[in-house]
Design a protein around this ligand. Structure first.
Ligand SMILES: [Zn+2]
Length: 89
């Protein structure tokens, strides 16, 4: 049992690393072509809108977690306008 949970942990870790370094997976609907071939016309894939890739579920979770973390910290949102940056309101 311990071995099974260890394997699962490794699998999850591997998936997390995969999401971190390569967050996009090929669109399943168009299998990475970005287009959808209708009978005579060629249209953009509706699922990925021609971008060919979709964000991995794991990466989406990662992003959500980061957003929650950012919202939880007291640092105000930083504006990258090149102007003055005031750390506290
Ligand atoms: Zn697609």
């Amino acid at each position: 049992m311990a071995l099974a949970s260890l394997a699962l942990l490794l699998l999850l870790a591997g998936y997390a690393v995969l999401c971190a370094i390569w967050p996009f997976a090929r669109c399943r609907k168009c299998s990475g072509t970005g287009i959808r071939q209708a009978r005579r016309t060629v249209e953009l894939c509706r699922r990925c809108h021609g971008r060919r890739y979709r964000l991995r579920i794991g990466r989406r979770l990662l992003n959500t977690g980061r957003d929650i973390h950012r919202a939880g910290t007291r640092h105000p949102h930083r504006h990258d306008s090149g102007g003055e940056f005031t750390p506290w309101p």
